[in-house]
Write a protein that binds this ligand. Sequence first.
Ligand SMILES: [Zn+2]
Length: 188
Amino acid sequence: MAKITDLDKSEKKKKNSSSSSKKKSLKEAIEEDQNEDNDKVDTTHLYADNLSGDIYTETNANPKAKVHSTEWMKILHGDPVEINPSLGSGMKIMTVSEWTSRWKQNDRFPDCLACGSTNTKEHHFTQTWCRGKKKFESETICMDCHMWSWRSYVDPDFLTPEEFDKIRWEKMVKENEKAREIARAKKN
Ligand SMILES: [Zn+2]
């Protein structure tokens, strides 16, 4: 008997919850949707998750990535550099902090590899995905010691789409050759 009562209760509970959900106001429903969005997995740093090898690192006095390297030398020499087009036009002598003001920290790799400071800004970032395999590059400048931290990674079995196609093509050619050889052998 007890079991049946329990069942009854749970049945009633289900009914209650379903009816109450119907009564939800539009505002509540919207809020719930937003909460669901918040629960979604953050994919920003997915490129650096579950790596199957080590990240290659370097610290340099000058940027390893070519982008900004000419400007960096000008900054060091106190020569004017081009003003960001969104801020104005022309050339200006800038401090390092002025020049890097629009760059953001990479919160996945915030630390300077030279001094350990997290007062860093990223000037170069690329990520490439091919059939679930990944590759990335990141370079940051430290606002405290002005050293550049380079990080790069590639999955051991990473292939670019071009490399993948090349291998598939070569395999097909070989298979065709084999098929022709077999056909020739049969004729003889
Ligand atoms: Zn540093």
